[in-house]
Every structure is written in structure tokens, then in C-alpha cells.
Ligand binder design. Structure first.
Ligand code: ZNH
Length: 141
């Protein structure tokens, strides 16, 4: 559970991310695909070369969804319900991969927002991304 202070840290940084979702999300995916090659297997239909239009577009979708989650941080179950269905019933992404992506997102935030991304802010983001991942994998069986 995130404290009120932690929620504020997440929402605050989301505000700075929101205009740059494609670039930052794309970079997170570039890092994911470079470091954790098995994650590439979910995207056989994409051009996965670093910085490709496919990667940026998809990274933008992922970070925008995370921004939406932050706007509904106290009701993420409802806010992410459709996305949760998609990941559980259609995509069937191995839940372990959510941790890897969360790690890459944090790396991108640290690189681009060094002043904001204090240890306390990272701890808040780690909790937040774990909560988002928990919702997206909650309907697996
Ligand atoms: Zn996911 C899709 C989000 C994780 C894989 N995704 C998607 C989308 C979104 C997302 C928003 C879009 C949808 C529509 O279109 O409707 N994800 C997300 C998030 C997360 C995730 C937020 C976390 C945090 N995913 C993930 C992972 C993986 C994935 C980890 C693996 C590795 N996704 C995916 C896929 C897809 C998606 C494959 C589909 C793509 C296309 O387009 O085809």
C-alpha cells in the first residue's frame, strides 16, 4: 500500500512524463529487449530494432496506461480492468516479465529525472509498478 506521500511522488513524476510517453516508454522497451531477450518473443510482429516506430508507439501506450493508473491510484482495479483482461486472456504474458519491465521503467526514470528520482521516489515507484503489475496479472489462472 502506498502512503499519501508516496502517491504524491508517483503522481508528480507522472505529470513530467506525460508529454514524453513515446520516447520514454520506447527507451524502457529498448532496455527490456536488450537485457531480457526472452521478452522479444511476445512481439514477433514488431520491428524491435532500438528506437523503431513500433517500439516507440507501443512504449507510448504502456506509459500512457501507467499515467492513467496514477490518475486512478485508489481504484486501479476498475481503471485497468480491460487491460487486465487483455493481458490475462489474450496476451498471456508470463507474470515474471512485468517485474523486468518495471525495472526498466525505473532505470529510464532515474536516467531522465535524476533530481526527482530520489531513493524515496524510487521506492514509491517500485510499489506503484508492482501494484499495476498485480492488477494486470490478477486474472491469470
Ligand atoms: Zn502490455 C499491449 C500496457 C506489461 C506485452 N500493453 C499493451 C497495451 C497496453 C499495455 C496499454 C495496448 C492495449 C491496446 O492496444 O488496447 N503492458 C502494459 C502495462 C504493463 C504491460 C501498463 C506493465 C506495467 N505487456 C507487458 C509485458 C509484456 C507485455 C511485461 C511482455 C513482455 N502488451 C504486450 C503485448 C501487447 C501489449 C504483446 C500487444 C501489442 C500489439 O500491439 O500487438
Amino acid at each position: 500500500v502506498l502512503s499519501a506521500e508516496e502517491k504524491a511522488l508517483v503522481v508528480d513524476l507522472c505529470g513530467k512524463i506525460s508529454g514524453h510517453c513515446d520516447a520514454l516508454g520506447g527507451e524502457a522497451l529498448d532496455r527490456l529487449f536488450a537485457s531480457f531477450g526472452q521478452t522479444r518473443t511476445y512481439f514477433p510482429h514488431f520491428d524491435l530494432s532500438p528506437g523503431s516506430a513500433d517500439v516507440k508507439r507501443h512504449g507510448g501506450k504502456v506509459l500512457s496506461a501507467i499515467g492513467e493508473a496514477a490518475k486512478h491510484i485508489d481504484s486501479m482495479d476498475q481503471a485497468l480492468s480491460k487491460l487486465s483482461d487483455l493481458h490475462a486472456y489474450n496476451l498471456r504474458v508470463d507474470p515474471g516479465n512485468f517485474q523486468l519491465l518495471s525495472h526498466c521503467i525505473q532505470t529510464v526514470l532515474a536516467a531522465h529525472f535524476p533530481a526527482d528520482f530520489t531513493p524515496q521516489c524510487q521506492a514509491a515507484w517500485d510499489k506503484f509498478l508492482a501494484a499495476v503489475s498485480a492488477v494486470l496479472t490478477s486474472k491469470y489462472r
